[in-house]
Design a binder for this molecule. Structure first.
Ligand SMILES: [Zn+2]
Ligand SMILES: [Zn+2]
Length: 240
Protein backbone atom coordinates (compact mmCIF):
# COMPACT_ATOMS: atom_id res chain seq x y z
CA UNK A 1 0.00 0.00 0.00
CA UNK A 2 2.68 2.51 0.94
CA UNK A 3 6.43 2.62 1.14
CA UNK A 4 6.25 2.29 4.93
CA UNK A 5 3.52 -0.30 5.47
CA UNK A 6 5.54 -3.50 5.26
CA UNK A 7 8.93 -2.18 6.33
CA UNK A 8 9.22 -4.16 9.58
CA UNK A 9 10.19 -7.81 9.38
CA UNK A 10 9.49 -8.34 13.09
CA UNK A 11 6.34 -7.74 15.10
CA UNK A 12 6.18 -4.25 16.58
CA UNK A 13 8.30 -3.84 19.75
CA UNK A 14 6.72 -3.24 23.17
CA UNK A 15 6.09 0.32 24.36
CA UNK A 16 9.17 0.24 26.59
CA UNK A 17 11.39 -0.99 23.79
CA UNK A 18 9.97 1.67 21.45
CA UNK A 19 10.85 4.38 24.01
CA UNK A 20 14.40 3.02 24.21
CA UNK A 21 14.69 2.81 20.41
CA UNK A 22 13.67 6.45 19.97
CA UNK A 23 16.34 7.69 22.41
CA UNK A 24 18.91 5.33 20.87
CA UNK A 25 18.25 6.68 17.38
CA UNK A 26 19.02 10.25 18.52
CA UNK A 27 22.10 9.13 20.46
CA UNK A 28 23.52 7.13 17.57
CA UNK A 29 22.77 9.96 15.14
CA UNK A 30 24.55 12.60 17.26
CA UNK A 31 27.27 10.64 19.07
CA UNK A 32 27.89 7.73 16.69
CA UNK A 33 27.11 5.16 19.39
CA UNK A 34 24.72 4.35 22.21
CA UNK A 35 26.00 4.67 25.79
CA UNK A 36 24.06 2.74 28.44
CA UNK A 37 24.84 5.20 31.27
CA UNK A 38 23.54 8.14 29.26
CA UNK A 39 20.46 6.15 28.30
CA UNK A 40 19.67 5.58 32.00
CA UNK A 41 19.88 9.35 32.54
CA UNK A 42 17.76 10.20 29.51
CA UNK A 43 15.03 7.68 30.22
CA UNK A 44 15.21 8.39 33.96
CA UNK A 45 15.57 4.68 34.76
CA UNK A 46 17.96 2.86 37.12
CA UNK A 47 21.14 1.59 35.39
CA UNK A 48 20.33 -2.00 36.45
CA UNK A 49 16.93 -1.76 34.75
CA UNK A 50 18.54 -0.37 31.60
CA UNK A 51 21.08 -3.23 31.60
CA UNK A 52 18.28 -5.80 31.81
CA UNK A 53 16.24 -4.20 29.04
CA UNK A 54 19.32 -3.93 26.82
CA UNK A 55 19.99 -7.68 27.24
CA UNK A 56 16.43 -8.44 26.22
CA UNK A 57 16.70 -6.07 23.26
CA UNK A 58 19.88 -7.80 22.09
CA UNK A 59 18.19 -11.21 22.41
CA UNK A 60 15.33 -9.88 20.25
CA UNK A 61 17.88 -8.53 17.69
CA UNK A 62 17.01 -4.83 18.00
CA UNK A 63 20.59 -4.00 19.07
CA UNK A 64 24.09 -5.52 19.24
CA UNK A 65 27.09 -5.09 21.53
CA UNK A 66 25.59 -4.94 25.04
CA UNK A 67 28.53 -6.96 26.44
CA UNK A 68 30.97 -4.36 25.12
CA UNK A 69 31.14 -0.59 25.50
CA UNK A 70 29.51 0.50 22.24
CA UNK A 71 25.94 -0.53 21.58
CA UNK A 72 24.51 -0.17 18.08
CA UNK A 73 21.11 -0.58 16.46
CA UNK A 74 20.70 -3.49 14.07
CA UNK A 75 19.04 -2.77 10.71
CA UNK A 76 15.76 -4.08 12.14
CA UNK A 77 16.25 -1.99 15.28
CA UNK A 78 16.96 1.11 13.23
CA UNK A 79 13.85 0.59 11.07
CA UNK A 80 11.76 0.21 14.22
CA UNK A 81 13.40 3.31 15.77
CA UNK A 82 12.67 5.34 12.63
CA UNK A 83 9.07 4.13 12.67
CA UNK A 84 8.33 5.11 16.27
CA UNK A 85 10.15 8.44 15.85
CA UNK A 86 8.01 9.28 12.80
CA UNK A 87 4.82 8.36 14.69
CA UNK A 88 5.95 10.46 17.66
CA UNK A 89 6.62 13.51 15.50
CA UNK A 90 3.42 13.21 13.46
CA UNK A 91 1.46 12.90 16.72
CA UNK A 92 3.11 16.09 17.99
CA UNK A 93 1.96 17.91 14.85
CA UNK A 94 -1.56 16.50 15.19
CA UNK A 95 -1.68 17.80 18.78
CA UNK A 96 -0.31 21.23 17.81
CA UNK A 97 -2.21 21.86 14.59
CA UNK A 98 -5.57 20.16 15.13
CA UNK A 99 -5.96 20.08 18.92
CA UNK A 100 -4.04 23.34 19.60
CA UNK A 101 -2.02 21.77 22.42
CA UNK A 102 0.92 24.06 23.40
CA UNK A 103 4.36 22.78 22.36
CA UNK A 104 5.47 22.58 26.00
CA UNK A 105 3.07 19.62 26.38
CA UNK A 106 3.04 17.84 23.01
CA UNK A 107 6.18 15.77 23.58
CA UNK A 108 4.89 14.06 26.76
CA UNK A 109 1.36 13.68 25.36
CA UNK A 110 2.69 12.16 22.13
CA UNK A 111 4.60 9.55 24.13
CA UNK A 112 1.29 8.15 25.32
CA UNK A 113 -0.26 7.95 21.85
CA UNK A 114 2.56 7.14 19.38
CA UNK A 115 2.66 3.41 20.18
CA UNK A 116 -0.94 2.82 19.09
CA UNK A 117 -0.67 4.26 15.58
CA UNK A 118 -0.95 1.76 12.70
CA UNK A 119 1.07 2.15 9.49
CA UNK A 120 -2.16 3.06 7.66
CA UNK A 121 -2.95 5.81 10.17
CA UNK A 122 0.67 7.04 10.03
CA UNK A 123 0.38 7.42 6.25
CA UNK A 124 -2.91 9.30 6.59
CA UNK A 125 -1.42 11.62 9.22
CA UNK A 126 1.54 12.34 6.98
CA UNK A 127 -0.80 13.32 4.11
CA UNK A 128 -3.10 15.47 6.25
CA UNK A 129 -0.21 17.19 8.03
CA UNK A 130 1.59 18.03 4.77
CA UNK A 131 4.54 15.60 4.98
CA UNK A 132 6.57 17.63 7.52
CA UNK A 133 10.38 17.39 7.64
CA UNK A 134 10.78 18.47 11.28
CA UNK A 135 8.66 18.12 14.45
CA UNK A 136 7.06 21.21 16.07
CA UNK A 137 10.28 21.64 18.12
CA UNK A 138 12.36 21.65 14.93
CA UNK A 139 13.90 18.19 15.22
CA UNK A 140 14.31 16.30 11.95
CA UNK A 141 12.25 13.30 10.90
CA UNK A 142 14.56 10.29 10.34
CA UNK A 143 16.06 10.72 6.88
CA UNK A 144 15.40 14.50 6.86
CA UNK A 145 18.56 15.48 8.77
CA UNK A 146 19.65 17.75 5.90
CA UNK A 147 16.68 20.03 6.68
CA UNK A 148 18.34 21.12 9.95
CA UNK A 149 22.02 21.01 8.92
CA UNK A 150 22.40 24.80 8.57
CA UNK A 151 21.01 25.60 12.03
CA UNK A 152 23.68 26.46 14.61
CA UNK A 153 23.67 26.01 18.43
CA UNK A 154 23.39 29.40 20.19
CA UNK A 155 26.74 28.73 21.90
CA UNK A 156 28.47 28.79 18.48
CA UNK A 157 27.17 32.25 17.48
CA UNK A 158 28.83 35.65 17.97
CA UNK A 159 27.60 38.67 19.92
CA UNK A 160 25.67 41.04 17.66
CA UNK A 161 24.29 38.34 15.34
CA UNK A 162 20.55 38.29 14.71
CA UNK A 163 18.92 34.90 14.30
CA UNK A 164 15.63 33.04 14.05
CA UNK A 165 15.22 30.25 16.61
CA UNK A 166 14.60 27.01 14.69
CA UNK A 167 15.12 24.00 16.93
CA UNK A 168 14.99 22.72 20.51
CA UNK A 169 17.05 19.51 20.49
CA UNK A 170 15.41 16.18 21.44
CA UNK A 171 17.47 16.00 24.66
CA UNK A 172 15.98 19.33 25.82
CA UNK A 173 12.51 18.32 24.59
CA UNK A 174 12.79 15.32 26.88
CA UNK A 175 13.45 17.49 29.95
CA UNK A 176 10.14 19.03 31.06
CA UNK A 177 11.88 21.74 33.16
CA UNK A 178 14.04 22.94 30.27
CA UNK A 179 11.25 22.75 27.70
CA UNK A 180 8.80 24.66 29.89
CA UNK A 181 11.40 27.35 30.64
CA UNK A 182 12.23 27.81 26.95
CA UNK A 183 8.59 27.94 25.84
CA UNK A 184 7.63 30.36 28.62
CA UNK A 185 10.46 32.66 27.50
CA UNK A 186 9.47 32.39 23.81
CA UNK A 187 12.64 30.52 22.85
CA UNK A 188 10.64 28.54 20.29
CA UNK A 189 10.89 27.93 16.54
CA UNK A 190 10.09 31.13 14.66
CA UNK A 191 11.13 33.61 17.38
CA UNK A 192 13.58 36.35 16.44
CA UNK A 193 16.60 36.80 18.67
CA UNK A 194 19.81 38.82 18.91
CA UNK A 195 22.93 37.56 20.64
CA UNK A 196 23.73 40.28 23.19
CA UNK A 197 26.65 38.86 25.13
CA UNK A 198 28.56 35.58 25.45
CA UNK A 199 30.60 34.97 28.62
CA UNK A 200 32.54 31.69 28.23
CA UNK A 201 34.23 32.02 31.65
CA UNK A 202 30.76 32.25 33.20
CA UNK A 203 29.22 29.65 30.83
CA UNK A 204 26.36 32.04 30.10
CA UNK A 205 24.93 33.75 27.09
CA UNK A 206 22.44 36.61 26.98
CA UNK A 207 20.03 37.00 24.11
CA UNK A 208 17.34 39.50 23.34
CA UNK A 209 14.30 37.42 22.42
CA UNK A 210 11.38 39.26 20.83
CA UNK A 211 12.84 42.39 22.43
CA UNK A 212 13.25 40.96 25.96
CA UNK A 213 16.63 40.04 27.52
CA UNK A 214 17.17 36.43 28.63
CA UNK A 215 20.29 34.77 30.05
CA UNK A 216 20.87 31.08 29.36
CA UNK A 217 23.52 28.72 30.70
CA UNK A 218 25.65 26.96 28.08
CA UNK A 219 24.21 23.50 28.91
CA UNK A 220 20.74 24.68 27.83
CA UNK A 221 21.86 27.12 25.09
CA UNK A 222 23.80 24.26 23.48
CA UNK A 223 20.47 22.52 22.75
CA UNK A 224 18.86 25.55 21.07
CA UNK A 225 19.61 25.93 17.36
CA UNK A 226 19.07 29.03 15.23
CA UNK A 227 19.26 30.21 11.64
CA UNK A 228 21.44 33.26 11.01
CA UNK A 229 19.40 36.08 9.51
CA UNK A 230 20.61 37.51 6.23
CA UNK A 231 22.08 40.95 6.73
CA UNK A 232 23.07 40.09 10.30
CA UNK A 233 25.80 42.64 11.19
CA UNK A 234 28.31 39.87 11.80
CA UNK A 235 28.00 38.65 8.22
CA UNK A 236 27.89 42.01 6.44
CA UNK A 237 30.49 44.01 8.40
CA UNK A 238 33.41 42.30 6.70
CA UNK A 239 35.28 42.24 9.99
CA UNK A 240 35.98 38.52 9.92
ZN1 LIG B 1 9.02 14.89 21.07
ZN1 LIG C 1 9.23 17.45 18.96
Amino acid sequence: MSRHTASLAQPRPTHTVEDYLMSMYVMERDYGEIIAARLAEMLDVAPATVAMTLKRMERDTWITGTGRKAIHLTDTGRAAAFSVTRRHMLTEWLLVKILKVPISLTHDEAHGIEHAISPQLEERMREVLGDPQVCPHGNPFPGCEAAVAAWIPLTKLQAGETVIIRRIHEFAEDNQDILKFLVENEVIPGSHARIVEILPFNQTLTISINGKPLTLGFPVAHFVFAEQEKGSPDQSSGLR
